[in-house]
Design a binder for this molecule. Structure first.
Ligand code: TYD
Ligand code: MG
Length: 502
């Protein structure tokens, strides 16, 4: 069988004798001949030949797991809402919406080495020590390896059963026989069902295994947690075929060079997808980080030009993150733009606004941007901190130590309001900040304690006057925005909060 793993390989145009079919390993699109680019998901070099599977028709016409007859919604028995099992990690429980729901299927995706197996083994161990039996099935490591890891993670408990097995049927049978309440499958790309001839990890196998585990979970009342590998593009391999089959999809992400790992919910049938949980990788496994802001901004050097703190909101939780920028003359005809932990296109947009609307000249400058702790910001409110950090580095003028930023930057150079200023203020106050630069907002903050001085600005121009005042004024003749933009009062800002005393 020829495989599509290199562009130079000679391939048959059509599978010989019609014995196979080419399947896109990203989305499951099928084609009778090899294609360089998938017409469905657009990925290059994703086609592998897989045998044509003769499926035994099941009762019903789909992968349906329930086989129920229709009835009025009022006659459906209420589910047991309180039946959730704690994972032993408060943060993981929060992401799941309050713990693992019985009979649900949870998929945890992430790059290799990020800590999926560690998280699940720790969690399985904690659940097992609470008295529930857990089966940890691994198709990637041997039982002895898992035992060694469990010893190090201090979860060597008799209720935690381990099985090195790639045959999914055997795993399911074992889970039933030993009376497991939780089944961990590490990973779904390493198990297979014997009826399909294709290799473990192929789209057909992944789809079939996930579907079977979903049916198994519902029929046996066992909760199933699956590990899924993430491809280079950042998606779970075969994502489209898998994500709709499971109840919850979590992503474990972060930079392996850093200690911090962020767990995000991408889909959750039982809770919000807005929450994040932060973990720290230590010698003894993963540890929950309760005070994320403190961890991310601790030990900042004082008085450094190019550093600004963004008051972000990740889910409902406020997180203070330090953004560092370095602006340096470029020897290159097209200067470098590098961002770590921040979306590159967003950075390009902020830089363009600085250039065109505010008059910060970056045309012949390399710009590097980095977010502290390997954290990835998704809140658009970080735009303003990015703009301030870049200007601060550009004019070599540090931003006052007690200042934080929360504002989305618009293409016109305006600062957009952000949601939930109150939570951000509370967090800034808790961490000892003294002023917060925000866009004009409509939130009523009149009854808050006026500890953090709130400086509302209408434009990026105004924000920079507050952040890098003197250096900025020296370097600027005037904004490139229409004259009407320079109305923003003293210091380019309007104060809505009483200044901090002393
Ligand atoms: P692992 O959980 O195997 O990652 P994944 O299953 O996502 O591929 O572990 C990832 C890394 O974590 C590994 O390189 C070693 C490191 N690690 C620790 O630093 N401390 C520990 O206690 C453990 C178990 C792993
Ligand atoms: Mg692993």
């Amino acid at each position: 069988m020829l495989q599509a793993d290199g562009p130079d390989q000679v391939r048959p145009i059509v599978c010989p004798g019609g014995s196979g079919v080419y399947v896109c390993q990203e989305c499951g699109y099928q084609s009778p001949k090899w294609l360089g680019r998938c017409p469905d998901c657009g990925r290059w070099n994703a086609f592998l030949e897989e045998p044509v599977e003769r499926r035994v028709p099941r009762r019903g016409h789909t992968d349906g797991v329930l086989g129920e007859s229709p009835r009025p919604i009022t006659e459906v028995a209420e589910g047991n809402r309180s039946h959730r099992t704690s994972t032993g990690f408060r943060e993981l429980d929060r992401i799941l919406g309050g713990g693992l729901v019985a009979s649900s299927v949870v998929l945890i995706g992430g790059e290799p080495g990020i800590g999926k197996s560690t998280l699940l083994l720790q969690s399985a161990g904690r659940i097992a020590s609470s008295g529930l039996r857990v089966l940890y099935a691994t198709g990637e490591e041997s039982s002895a390896q898992v035992r060694m890891r469990a010893e190090r993670l201090k979860v060597l408990v008799p209720n935690l059963w381990v099985m090195g097995e790639q045959d999914l049927e055997a795993v399911c049978r074992a889970a039933e026989e030993i009376g497991a309440r939780l089944l961990v499958v590490d990973s779904v790309h390493a198990v297979r069902v014997s009826e399909l001839a294709s290799a473990p990890g192929s789209v057909s196998q992944v789809r079939e295994c996930t579907g079977r585990l979903q049916r198994f979970a519902k029929a046996q009342g066992i909760t199933v947690v699956l590990v899924g590998h993430v491809s280079k593009a950042g998606a779970i391999a075969g994502p489209k075929v898998m994500e709709h089959l499971v109840d919850v999809v979590l992503f474990f992400e972060g930079d392996r060079q850093y200690r911090y790992r962020v767990l995000r919910a991408d889909k959750n049938r039982f809770g919000s997808t807005e929450e994040i949980a932060v973990f720290e990788m230590t010698e003894a496994g993963l540890r929950e980080v309760g005070d994320v802001s403190e961890a991310l901004i601790a030990g900042r050097p004082a008085g450094l030009a190019g550093a600004a703190v963004a008051a972000c909101l990740e889910g409902r939780r406020p997180v203070m993150v330090e953004v560092q920028a370095l602006v340096a003359p470029s020897p290159l005809p097209s200067p470098r733009r590098v961002a770590m932990g921040f979306d590159t296109s967003r950075m390009a947009m902020v830089l363009a606004v600085l250039e065109k609307r505010v008059g910060v000249s970056l045309l012949h400058q390399d710009v590097y941007l980095k977010v502290s702790g390997g954290f990835r910001i998704s809140d658009p409110a970080a735009d303003l901190a990015v703009a301030a950090a870049v200007a601060s580095s550009c004019y070599d003028c540090p931003i006052p130590a007690g200042m934080v930023f929360a504002g989305e930057v618009g293409l016109g150079g305006e600062v957009r309001p952000v949601r939930d200023v109150r939570s951000r203020l509370r967090e800034a106050e808790r961490l000892g900040f003294s002023e917060m630069v925000v866009g004009l907002h409509t939130e009523d903050l009149s009854r808050r304690a006026p500890v953090v001085l709130l400086r509302s600005v209408e434009t990026v121009w105004g924000a920079l006057e507050v952040a890098v005042g003197s250096a900025w004024r020296g370097a600027q003749a005037g904004p490139k925005t229409p004259a009407g933009d320079r109305h923003a009062g003293p210091g380019g800002s309007r104060n809505f909060g009483a200044p901090r005393v002393g």
